[in-house]
Design a protein around this ligand. Structure first.
Ligand SMILES: NC(=O)c1ccc[n+]([C@@H]2O[C@H](COP(=O)([O-])OP(=O)(O)OC[C@H]3O[C@@H](n4cnc5c(N)ncnc54)[C@H](OP(=O)(O)O)[C@@H]3O)[C@@H](O)[C@H]2O)c1
Length: 288
């Protein structure tokens, strides 16, 4: 069992830290809004610290799951950041969805202090985090990965080392490109079914056993038909992720016409007030 710090107790971070505590690790948490850290400790034990540096001091592993690139910079290399206190030989594992660039930048800064760094974005959503069934896409050195893998097992059903630092984030981008097109296709299909006077539920029931099946169809079609979107993975986060994807594609000289279009459709949903709604709310562009 190890001494572990966890930075960021949001929708994803709080349950991930809970799984680490349940596995028997000594967990010290940090959250920008202190009340959340206090509440987490009251429920799950361990300790909380007022800064990332204080949380990370003396820990073998420091995990983070915050918001975007600048948030991650703040909790690592910012004033009171974790890199101030982490010892040589310790390991930083980032679960935030950020750019591959910032992962590489922070891995360099960590290396200068003898700290290992893994970028390890996740897929599986809030339910995956709560149930300990996340998919984790990791970039970094093999030796660091081997050390972190048994610890991350506490909340994962699949963990893959994809290549050097940044490769985890690039793989997460592949994931988001796949999802963007599928959700738009499903939105068009369900709207078509309803406009054609079909029982959309019955249509899904039949075609979901054939080649049209997808995770989105299995998990989101019923709520899309009912017009329910106040749960799940927020459109605002998806736009952040698609922004990262499109920036990277520009750097690579790769064309992503469908992803760029769906990103604009999500901008429409934001303008309709749906920024915090689940990504399946794309269908609102047809149905209000
Ligand atoms: N939700 C999902 O389904 C899902 C799935 C896969 C990946 N992700 C990714 O995982 C990350 C976290 O998502 P989430 O849904 O857990 O978000 P969330 O509920 O909004 O939580 C974000 C956490 O980061 C902290 N934070 C943000 N900016 C910070 C800063 N500058 N300094 C210190 N702490 C900061 C927040 O602190 P406060 O409490 O003070 O606000 C909060 O603890 C995002 O990158 C997201 O894209 C999310």
């Amino acid at each position: 069992m190890a001494k572990i710090a966890f930075l960021g107790l949001g929708v994803m971070g709080a349950p991930m830290a809970r799984h680490l505590a349940k596995a028997g690790h000594e967990v010290r948490v940090y959250n920008r809004t202190t009340a959340k850290a206090e509440r987490w400790v009251a429920e799950h034990g361990g300790a909380w610290a007022p800064t990332p540096a204080q949380a990370a001091e003396g820990c073998a592993f420091v995990f983070s799951c915050v918001g975007a690139d600048d948030d991650l910079r703040q909790v690592t290399i910012g004033a009171g950041g974790a890199f101030e206190s982490m010892a040589a030989g310790s390991l930083f594992i980032d679960h935030t969805t950020v750019s591959a660039q910032v992962s590489r930048e922070l891995a360099q800064a960590a290396k200068a202090k003898g700290i290992g760094f893994l970028d390890a974005p996740v897929s599986g959503g809030q339910a995956g985090a709560e149930n300990g069934k996340l998919t984790i896409m990791v970039g970094g050195e093999e030796a660091d990965f081997r050390r972190a893998e048994p610890v991350m097992q506490a909340y994962a059903q699949r963990i893959g080392l994809m290549g050097p630092v940044g490769s985890g984030q690039l793989t997460k981008m592949v994931n988001q490109i796949c999802i963007a097109g599928v959700v738009q296709g499903l939105a068009e299909a369900l709207n078509f079914a309803m406009e054609a006077g079909l029982d959309a539920r019955a249509a899904v029931e039949v075609i979901s056993k054939g080649a049209a099946q997808s995770w989105q169809m299995d998990n989101r079609s019923a709520t899309m038909i009912d017009g329910q979107f106040d749960f799940g993975f927020a459109v605002d986060w998806m736009r952040k992720d698609l922004g990262l994807v499109l920036d990277e594609a520009k750097r690579l000289g790769v064309s992503l016409p469908l992803t760029a279009l769906v990103d604009q459709f999500y901008a429409d949903v934001q303008r309709m007030g749906g920024g915090r709604q689940d990504t399946s709310s794309l269908i609102r562009r047809f149905r209000g």
